[in-house]
Design a protein around this ligand. Sequence first.
Ligand code: NAD
Length: 358
Amino acid sequence: SGAAWDRRVHSSAFSFTGRTVLVTGAAGFVGSHAAVALKRRGDGVLGLDNFNRYYDIELKRSRENLLTRAGVFTVHGDINDAVLLNKLFDMVHFTHVLHLAAQAGVRYAMKNPNSYIHSNIAGLVALLEACKSADPQPAVIWASSSSVYGLNSKVPFSERDRTDSPASLYAATKKAGEEIAHSYNHIHGLSITGLRFFTVYGPWGRPDMAYFFFARDILKGKAITIYEGPNHRTVARDFTYIDDVVKGCLSALDTAKKSTGSGGKKRGEAQFRIYNLGNKLPVSVGEIVNILERLLKVKAKRKVVQMPRNGDVLFTHANITLAHKELGYKPTVDIESGLNKFVKWFLSYYGVKKRRFW
Ligand code: NAD
Protein backbone atom coordinates (compact mmCIF):
# COMPACT_ATOMS: atom_id res chain seq x y z
CA SER A 1 0.00 0.00 0.00
CA GLY A 2 0.96 3.70 -0.15
CA ALA A 3 -0.32 6.81 -1.89
CA ALA A 4 -0.28 5.26 -5.36
CA TRP A 5 -2.06 2.18 -4.05
CA ASP A 6 -4.72 4.38 -2.40
CA ARG A 7 -5.26 6.24 -5.67
CA ARG A 8 -5.70 2.97 -7.57
CA VAL A 9 -8.24 1.73 -5.04
CA HIS A 10 -10.24 4.94 -5.29
CA SER A 11 -10.20 5.20 -9.07
CA SER A 12 -11.12 1.54 -9.47
CA ALA A 13 -14.08 2.01 -7.11
CA PHE A 14 -15.34 5.08 -8.96
CA SER A 15 -18.94 4.40 -9.92
CA PHE A 16 -21.27 5.79 -12.58
CA THR A 17 -24.22 3.78 -11.34
CA GLY A 18 -24.10 4.22 -7.57
CA ARG A 19 -23.16 0.57 -7.16
CA THR A 20 -19.71 -0.14 -5.78
CA VAL A 21 -18.72 -3.77 -5.65
CA LEU A 22 -15.88 -5.59 -3.93
CA VAL A 23 -15.18 -8.72 -5.98
CA THR A 24 -13.20 -11.34 -4.04
CA GLY A 25 -11.43 -14.01 -6.07
CA ALA A 26 -11.11 -11.42 -8.85
CA ALA A 27 -8.11 -13.14 -10.44
CA GLY A 28 -10.13 -16.36 -10.56
CA PHE A 29 -12.17 -17.69 -13.46
CA VAL A 30 -15.63 -16.44 -12.53
CA GLY A 31 -14.33 -13.42 -10.58
CA SER A 32 -12.38 -11.98 -13.50
CA HIS A 33 -15.33 -12.28 -15.89
CA ALA A 34 -17.75 -10.82 -13.35
CA ALA A 35 -15.48 -7.91 -12.41
CA VAL A 36 -15.05 -6.89 -16.05
CA ALA A 37 -18.80 -7.15 -16.71
CA LEU A 38 -19.61 -4.98 -13.67
CA LYS A 39 -17.02 -2.36 -14.64
CA ARG A 40 -18.26 -2.26 -18.25
CA ARG A 41 -21.76 -1.36 -17.16
CA GLY A 42 -20.45 1.49 -14.98
CA ASP A 43 -20.30 0.02 -11.48
CA GLY A 44 -17.34 0.83 -9.26
CA VAL A 45 -15.34 -2.38 -8.85
CA LEU A 46 -12.40 -3.34 -6.67
CA GLY A 47 -10.86 -6.79 -6.91
CA LEU A 48 -9.23 -8.80 -4.14
CA ASP A 49 -7.28 -12.03 -4.59
CA ASN A 50 -4.46 -13.83 -2.79
CA PHE A 51 -3.04 -15.30 -6.03
CA ASN A 52 -2.57 -18.70 -4.43
CA ARG A 53 -0.83 -21.46 -6.36
CA TYR A 54 -3.64 -23.98 -6.48
CA TYR A 55 -3.29 -23.76 -10.27
CA ASP A 56 -1.21 -21.94 -12.87
CA ILE A 57 -0.34 -18.56 -11.37
CA GLU A 58 0.47 -17.19 -14.84
CA LEU A 59 -3.16 -17.64 -15.82
CA LYS A 60 -4.23 -15.61 -12.78
CA ARG A 61 -1.73 -12.89 -13.70
CA SER A 62 -3.05 -12.80 -17.26
CA ARG A 63 -6.59 -12.41 -15.93
CA GLU A 64 -5.33 -9.58 -13.70
CA ASN A 65 -3.99 -7.87 -16.84
CA LEU A 66 -7.45 -8.09 -18.36
CA LEU A 67 -8.88 -6.47 -15.24
CA THR A 68 -6.29 -3.71 -15.31
CA ARG A 69 -7.15 -2.97 -18.94
CA ALA A 70 -10.83 -2.79 -17.99
CA GLY A 71 -10.01 -0.30 -15.20
CA VAL A 72 -10.34 -2.72 -12.29
CA PHE A 73 -7.56 -2.70 -9.70
CA THR A 74 -6.88 -6.00 -7.94
CA VAL A 75 -5.65 -5.78 -4.35
CA HIS A 76 -3.28 -8.66 -3.54
CA GLY A 77 -4.41 -9.99 -0.19
CA ASP A 78 -6.23 -12.70 1.70
CA ILE A 79 -9.85 -12.57 2.82
CA ASN A 80 -8.60 -13.71 6.23
CA ASP A 81 -6.68 -10.44 6.63
CA ALA A 82 -9.10 -8.49 8.83
CA VAL A 83 -6.88 -5.42 8.95
CA LEU A 84 -6.80 -5.22 5.17
CA LEU A 85 -10.55 -5.81 4.85
CA ASN A 86 -11.41 -3.14 7.40
CA LYS A 87 -9.06 -0.72 5.67
CA LEU A 88 -10.75 -1.36 2.30
CA PHE A 89 -14.23 -0.94 3.81
CA ASP A 90 -13.06 2.34 5.40
CA MET A 91 -11.67 3.61 2.12
CA VAL A 92 -14.65 2.64 -0.04
CA HIS A 93 -18.36 2.45 0.75
CA PHE A 94 -19.16 -0.82 -0.97
CA THR A 95 -22.84 -1.31 -1.73
CA HIS A 96 -22.23 -4.97 -2.61
CA VAL A 97 -19.69 -7.71 -2.09
CA LEU A 98 -19.50 -10.39 -4.76
CA HIS A 99 -17.65 -13.06 -2.84
CA LEU A 100 -16.09 -15.62 -5.18
CA ALA A 101 -12.77 -16.31 -3.43
CA ALA A 102 -12.62 -19.92 -2.29
CA GLN A 103 -10.65 -23.09 -2.42
CA ALA A 104 -12.43 -24.80 -5.30
CA GLY A 105 -12.13 -28.36 -6.63
CA VAL A 106 -13.22 -31.55 -4.88
CA ARG A 107 -10.22 -33.87 -5.31
CA TYR A 108 -7.55 -31.51 -3.96
CA ALA A 109 -9.25 -31.79 -0.57
CA MET A 110 -8.04 -35.37 -0.16
CA LYS A 111 -4.53 -34.08 0.55
CA ASN A 112 -5.12 -30.42 1.40
CA PRO A 113 -8.08 -30.23 3.75
CA ASN A 114 -6.84 -27.14 5.57
CA SER A 115 -6.88 -25.03 2.47
CA TYR A 116 -10.69 -25.48 2.37
CA ILE A 117 -11.07 -24.57 6.03
CA HIS A 118 -8.84 -21.52 5.58
CA SER A 119 -10.64 -19.99 2.60
CA ASN A 120 -14.18 -21.42 2.66
CA ILE A 121 -14.84 -21.36 6.42
CA ALA A 122 -12.42 -19.02 8.22
CA GLY A 123 -12.17 -16.71 5.20
CA LEU A 124 -15.92 -16.53 4.78
CA VAL A 125 -16.34 -15.64 8.45
CA ALA A 126 -13.61 -12.97 8.23
CA LEU A 127 -15.34 -11.47 5.21
CA LEU A 128 -18.80 -11.50 6.84
CA GLU A 129 -17.31 -9.92 9.99
CA ALA A 130 -15.93 -7.07 7.89
CA CYS A 131 -19.29 -6.67 6.10
CA LYS A 132 -21.13 -6.69 9.41
CA SER A 133 -18.90 -3.93 10.81
CA ALA A 134 -18.86 -1.82 7.65
CA ASP A 135 -20.94 1.34 7.52
CA PRO A 136 -22.93 1.15 5.31
CA GLN A 137 -23.21 -2.63 5.37
CA PRO A 138 -22.98 -4.09 1.86
CA ALA A 139 -25.30 -6.77 0.50
CA VAL A 140 -23.37 -10.02 0.06
CA ILE A 141 -23.73 -12.21 -3.04
CA TRP A 142 -21.55 -15.28 -2.89
CA ALA A 143 -20.75 -18.55 -4.62
CA SER A 144 -22.00 -21.73 -3.08
CA SER A 145 -22.00 -24.85 -5.24
CA SER A 146 -24.12 -27.58 -6.79
CA SER A 147 -21.97 -29.96 -4.75
CA VAL A 148 -24.12 -29.22 -1.68
CA TYR A 149 -26.76 -31.56 -3.17
CA GLY A 150 -24.38 -34.41 -2.49
CA LEU A 151 -25.17 -38.08 -2.88
CA ASN A 152 -28.81 -38.42 -1.98
CA SER A 153 -30.52 -35.90 -4.18
CA LYS A 154 -33.10 -36.72 -6.78
CA VAL A 155 -32.63 -34.90 -10.08
CA PRO A 156 -33.15 -32.18 -11.11
CA PHE A 157 -31.84 -30.49 -7.96
CA SER A 158 -34.16 -27.90 -6.51
CA GLU A 159 -33.30 -25.38 -3.80
CA ARG A 160 -35.86 -27.04 -1.52
CA ASP A 161 -34.06 -30.41 -1.68
CA ARG A 162 -32.12 -31.84 1.21
CA THR A 163 -28.43 -31.02 1.34
CA ASP A 164 -27.38 -33.31 4.14
CA SER A 165 -25.06 -35.74 2.41
CA PRO A 166 -21.91 -33.97 1.17
CA ALA A 167 -19.66 -36.19 -0.96
CA SER A 168 -16.51 -34.16 -0.35
CA LEU A 169 -14.92 -31.79 2.10
CA TYR A 170 -15.36 -29.07 -0.53
CA ALA A 171 -19.11 -29.70 -0.55
CA ALA A 172 -19.16 -29.74 3.25
CA THR A 173 -17.46 -26.34 3.43
CA LYS A 174 -19.91 -24.84 0.92
CA LYS A 175 -22.86 -26.25 2.86
CA ALA A 176 -21.37 -24.95 6.13
CA GLY A 177 -20.85 -21.61 4.39
CA GLU A 178 -24.57 -21.40 3.63
CA GLU A 179 -25.40 -21.99 7.31
CA ILE A 180 -22.77 -19.50 8.48
CA ALA A 181 -24.05 -16.86 6.05
CA HIS A 182 -27.60 -17.51 7.24
CA SER A 183 -26.58 -16.82 10.83
CA TYR A 184 -25.09 -13.46 9.79
CA ASN A 185 -28.37 -12.66 8.11
CA HIS A 186 -30.34 -13.51 11.26
CA ILE A 187 -28.11 -11.87 13.82
CA HIS A 188 -26.53 -8.97 11.98
CA GLY A 189 -29.12 -8.08 9.35
CA LEU A 190 -26.81 -8.79 6.43
CA SER A 191 -28.53 -9.34 3.11
CA ILE A 192 -27.17 -12.61 1.72
CA THR A 193 -27.64 -14.30 -1.64
CA GLY A 194 -26.02 -17.70 -2.17
CA LEU A 195 -25.59 -18.85 -5.76
CA ARG A 196 -25.15 -22.56 -6.35
CA PHE A 197 -23.03 -22.68 -9.51
CA PHE A 198 -23.11 -25.79 -11.70
CA THR A 199 -19.83 -26.71 -13.49
CA VAL A 200 -18.98 -23.34 -14.98
CA TYR A 201 -16.86 -23.47 -18.16
CA GLY A 202 -15.53 -21.15 -20.84
CA PRO A 203 -12.59 -18.98 -21.91
CA TRP A 204 -10.09 -18.20 -19.11
CA GLY A 205 -11.41 -21.28 -17.29
CA ARG A 206 -9.80 -23.37 -14.60
CA PRO A 207 -7.01 -25.80 -15.57
CA ASP A 208 -8.07 -28.24 -12.84
CA MET A 209 -11.46 -28.85 -14.49
CA ALA A 210 -12.00 -31.86 -16.77
CA TYR A 211 -13.03 -30.09 -20.01
CA PHE A 212 -9.87 -27.97 -19.70
CA PHE A 213 -7.32 -30.73 -19.21
CA PHE A 214 -9.16 -32.94 -21.72
CA ALA A 215 -8.47 -30.28 -24.38
CA ARG A 216 -4.81 -30.21 -23.40
CA ASP A 217 -4.47 -34.00 -23.32
CA ILE A 218 -6.23 -34.47 -26.68
CA LEU A 219 -3.76 -32.06 -28.27
CA LYS A 220 -0.84 -33.77 -26.54
CA GLY A 221 -2.00 -37.21 -27.70
CA LYS A 222 -2.26 -38.30 -24.08
CA ALA A 223 -4.96 -40.81 -23.06
CA ILE A 224 -8.03 -39.35 -21.40
CA THR A 225 -9.52 -41.08 -18.39
CA ILE A 226 -13.30 -41.05 -18.46
CA TYR A 227 -15.03 -42.10 -15.29
CA GLU A 228 -18.20 -44.13 -15.21
CA GLY A 229 -20.36 -45.08 -12.26
CA PRO A 230 -21.19 -48.56 -10.96
CA ASN A 231 -22.91 -50.75 -13.62
CA HIS A 232 -21.54 -48.48 -16.39
CA ARG A 233 -23.66 -45.55 -15.28
CA THR A 234 -22.90 -42.34 -17.11
CA VAL A 235 -21.19 -39.47 -15.35
CA ALA A 236 -22.72 -36.16 -16.43
CA ARG A 237 -22.60 -32.51 -15.44
CA ASP A 238 -24.91 -29.58 -15.94
CA PHE A 239 -22.23 -27.52 -17.74
CA THR A 240 -23.05 -23.82 -17.54
CA TYR A 241 -21.38 -21.24 -19.76
CA ILE A 242 -19.48 -18.47 -17.99
CA ASP A 243 -21.46 -15.57 -19.56
CA ASP A 244 -24.73 -17.09 -18.37
CA VAL A 245 -23.36 -17.44 -14.83
CA VAL A 246 -22.07 -13.86 -14.87
CA LYS A 247 -25.50 -12.61 -15.96
CA GLY A 248 -26.99 -14.53 -13.05
CA CYS A 249 -24.50 -12.92 -10.65
CA LEU A 250 -25.29 -9.44 -11.95
CA SER A 251 -29.03 -9.86 -11.60
CA ALA A 252 -28.59 -11.36 -8.13
CA LEU A 253 -26.68 -8.20 -7.29
CA ASP A 254 -29.36 -5.95 -8.78
CA THR A 255 -32.24 -7.65 -7.01
CA ALA A 256 -30.51 -7.99 -3.61
CA LYS A 257 -32.17 -6.04 -0.83
CA LYS A 258 -30.06 -3.73 1.29
CA SER A 259 -28.51 -5.00 4.49
CA THR A 260 -30.30 -3.54 7.48
CA GLY A 261 -27.95 -4.09 10.41
CA SER A 262 -29.03 -5.58 13.70
CA GLY A 263 -30.52 -2.41 15.21
CA GLY A 264 -33.31 -0.04 14.23
CA LYS A 265 -36.84 -0.67 13.04
CA LYS A 266 -35.85 -2.15 9.69
CA ARG A 267 -34.34 -5.17 11.42
CA GLY A 268 -35.36 -8.46 9.85
CA GLU A 269 -35.93 -7.10 6.35
CA ALA A 270 -32.57 -8.14 5.00
CA GLN A 271 -32.94 -11.10 2.70
CA PHE A 272 -31.46 -14.56 2.75
CA ARG A 273 -31.84 -16.24 -0.64
CA ILE A 274 -30.32 -19.25 -2.39
CA TYR A 275 -30.50 -19.90 -6.14
CA ASN A 276 -29.31 -22.60 -8.52
CA LEU A 277 -27.37 -21.14 -11.43
CA GLY A 278 -27.20 -24.09 -13.82
CA ASN A 279 -28.04 -24.84 -17.41
CA LYS A 280 -30.80 -27.42 -16.90
CA LEU A 281 -29.22 -29.75 -19.47
CA PRO A 282 -26.67 -32.29 -18.20
CA VAL A 283 -24.05 -33.49 -20.68
CA SER A 284 -22.08 -36.70 -20.25
CA VAL A 285 -18.33 -36.52 -19.90
CA GLY A 286 -18.01 -38.76 -22.99
CA GLU A 287 -20.01 -36.25 -25.02
CA ILE A 288 -17.70 -33.44 -23.88
CA VAL A 289 -14.78 -35.44 -25.28
CA ASN A 290 -16.67 -36.01 -28.58
CA ILE A 291 -17.30 -32.29 -28.97
CA LEU A 292 -13.70 -31.38 -28.10
CA GLU A 293 -12.42 -33.90 -30.69
CA ARG A 294 -14.56 -32.27 -33.37
CA LEU A 295 -13.52 -28.75 -32.43
CA LEU A 296 -9.81 -29.56 -32.10
CA LYS A 297 -9.89 -31.86 -35.15
CA VAL A 298 -7.83 -34.43 -33.24
CA LYS A 299 -8.95 -37.92 -32.17
CA ALA A 300 -8.90 -38.56 -28.44
CA LYS A 301 -7.46 -41.68 -26.83
CA ARG A 302 -10.04 -42.80 -24.30
CA LYS A 303 -9.64 -44.94 -21.24
CA VAL A 304 -12.86 -45.68 -19.35
CA VAL A 305 -12.48 -46.60 -15.69
CA GLN A 306 -14.81 -46.88 -12.74
CA MET A 307 -14.98 -43.68 -10.72
CA PRO A 308 -12.97 -43.93 -7.51
CA ARG A 309 -14.44 -42.50 -4.35
CA ASN A 310 -12.70 -39.15 -4.65
CA GLY A 311 -15.47 -36.69 -3.84
CA ASP A 312 -17.08 -36.58 -7.27
CA VAL A 313 -20.79 -37.26 -7.68
CA LEU A 314 -22.27 -39.09 -10.68
CA PHE A 315 -24.69 -36.53 -11.91
CA THR A 316 -25.65 -32.89 -11.53
CA HIS A 317 -28.78 -31.31 -12.98
CA ALA A 318 -30.21 -27.96 -11.95
CA ASN A 319 -33.82 -26.96 -11.64
CA ILE A 320 -33.55 -23.24 -12.41
CA THR A 321 -37.20 -22.24 -12.02
CA LEU A 322 -36.58 -20.12 -8.94
CA ALA A 323 -33.66 -18.18 -10.45
CA HIS A 324 -35.72 -17.67 -13.58
CA LYS A 325 -38.68 -16.35 -11.64
CA GLU A 326 -36.83 -14.10 -9.21
CA LEU A 327 -33.68 -13.14 -11.11
CA GLY A 328 -34.87 -13.42 -14.71
CA TYR A 329 -32.07 -15.97 -15.13
CA LYS A 330 -32.15 -17.68 -18.49
CA PRO A 331 -29.03 -19.47 -19.78
CA THR A 332 -28.65 -19.11 -23.55
CA VAL A 333 -25.36 -20.76 -24.52
CA ASP A 334 -25.46 -24.45 -25.49
CA ILE A 335 -22.53 -26.77 -24.90
CA GLU A 336 -21.34 -26.85 -28.55
CA SER A 337 -21.06 -23.10 -28.92
CA GLY A 338 -19.72 -22.66 -25.37
CA LEU A 339 -16.96 -25.21 -25.91
CA ASN A 340 -16.25 -23.65 -29.29
CA LYS A 341 -15.55 -20.33 -27.57
CA PHE A 342 -13.44 -22.10 -24.96
CA VAL A 343 -11.37 -23.92 -27.61
CA LYS A 344 -10.76 -20.71 -29.59
CA TRP A 345 -9.46 -19.04 -26.45
CA PHE A 346 -7.46 -22.10 -25.41
CA LEU A 347 -5.68 -22.34 -28.76
CA SER A 348 -4.77 -18.68 -28.82
CA TYR A 349 -3.68 -18.55 -25.19
CA TYR A 350 -1.65 -21.75 -25.07
CA GLY A 351 -1.24 -22.90 -28.65
CA VAL A 352 0.12 -19.77 -30.22
CA LYS A 353 2.04 -18.36 -27.31
CA LYS A 354 3.41 -21.77 -26.20
CA ARG A 355 3.37 -21.10 -22.49
CA ARG A 356 4.82 -23.43 -19.90
CA PHE A 357 1.48 -25.21 -19.50
CA TRP A 358 2.81 -27.53 -22.22
P1 NAD B 1 -10.98 -19.94 -9.05
O1 NAD B 1 -10.13 -20.84 -8.24
O2 NAD B 1 -10.59 -19.69 -10.47
O3 NAD B 1 -11.16 -18.55 -8.34
C1 NAD B 1 -11.05 -18.36 -6.96
C2 NAD B 1 -10.04 -17.25 -6.72
O4 NAD B 1 -10.02 -16.97 -5.33
C3 NAD B 1 -8.62 -17.64 -7.12
O5 NAD B 1 -8.08 -16.68 -8.00
C4 NAD B 1 -7.84 -17.66 -5.80
O6 NAD B 1 -6.52 -17.19 -5.94
C5 NAD B 1 -8.69 -16.76 -4.91
N1 NAD B 1 -8.63 -17.13 -3.49
C6 NAD B 1 -8.73 -18.37 -2.95
N2 NAD B 1 -8.64 -18.31 -1.61
C7 NAD B 1 -8.49 -17.00 -1.30
C8 NAD B 1 -8.32 -16.30 -0.07
N3 NAD B 1 -8.28 -16.96 1.10
N4 NAD B 1 -8.19 -14.96 -0.10
C9 NAD B 1 -8.20 -14.28 -1.30
N5 NAD B 1 -8.34 -14.90 -2.48
C10 NAD B 1 -8.48 -16.24 -2.49
O7 NAD B 1 -12.45 -20.57 -9.00
P2 NAD B 1 -13.78 -20.19 -9.83
O8 NAD B 1 -14.08 -21.34 -10.72
O9 NAD B 1 -13.67 -18.83 -10.39
O10 NAD B 1 -14.83 -20.22 -8.66
C11 NAD B 1 -15.38 -19.04 -8.08
C12 NAD B 1 -16.31 -19.45 -6.97
O11 NAD B 1 -17.36 -20.25 -7.49
C13 NAD B 1 -15.68 -20.27 -5.87
O12 NAD B 1 -16.27 -19.93 -4.64
C14 NAD B 1 -16.04 -21.69 -6.24
O13 NAD B 1 -16.05 -22.55 -5.11
C15 NAD B 1 -17.43 -21.48 -6.80
N6 NAD B 1 -17.87 -22.51 -7.74
C16 NAD B 1 -17.27 -22.64 -8.95
C17 NAD B 1 -17.72 -23.61 -9.84
C18 NAD B 1 -17.11 -23.80 -11.20
O14 NAD B 1 -17.52 -24.69 -11.92
N7 NAD B 1 -16.15 -22.98 -11.64
C19 NAD B 1 -18.79 -24.45 -9.48
C20 NAD B 1 -19.39 -24.28 -8.23
C21 NAD B 1 -18.93 -23.30 -7.38
